[in-house]
Design a protein around this ligand. Sequence first.
Ligand code: GLN
Length: 280
Amino acid sequence: MRIDEQLKGAYERLTFVSDTAKLDAQLLLAHVLGVTSAYFYTWPDKVLTSEQIDAFERLLIRREQGEPIAYILQQQAFWTLDLEVAQCTLIPRADTERLVEVALALMLPEKAYRILDLGTGTGAIALALASESPKSSVTGIDFNQDAVALAKRNALRNRLDVEFLQSSWFEQLAPCHEFNLIVSNPPYIDPNDEHLAQGDVRFEPKSALVSAEQGLADILHIIAAAPNYLAESGYLVFEHGYDQAEAVRAAFLDKGYSDVKTYQDLAGNDRVTQGRKAGN
Ligand code: GLN
């Protein structure tokens, strides 16, 4: 069968599970053949070997069963980075680039900062900040050892210098009052949220998605503990759920933070909130 016929068949099968069926089919076949999609337009009539067809079929079946394309390809673009992804971490999302933008807006170009990323997963946020602020020193921590190893591979893959450590939130860090900026995309979904039974999140680790107290438990814990790790006037910035901004702002104010502000994501939902450590 010719490439264009293979792709058409795959596309028709994937329309039942994916809004981006055509792109998905092309990405999967390009992965099998080790080419870019441009190849399909140049050689639409090329005939595949039976090994190539079998390999393509195995990936198609996984996608038909709903597995996210990023896990199948073990790869995801984030910011200007190319990241390896695995099932031990969340797949980096475009919404989280908003957190990177907000953090960068709090920094002066060319200045050196101490930055901490809590629950770093693939290392996406830590690596994006390191790439934009080469003089800063960035630490990413995750409680999952596999995630820490993955984040270290992503630092090498993108030629960035970030320190990754295993810790449950601040547990392994001595109180230091030294970070100018702490960022986090913690788990924030309510355990009973029906969103967890749909789409990509079904395949992602629950520990990276779900938090008690209507999804707020980890955020509240971090807001309470962070002043022991923040320098004077340092900022703590979170990604959170679209309906959690008010609760997050209230928690910041309750713990004495100032300059508390919320920012919207690309869809116009409240997504990122900052607070500044008091005492300046
Ligand atoms: N934004 C993700 C989602 O709703 C959740 C990420 C998180 O819990 N940190 O799919």
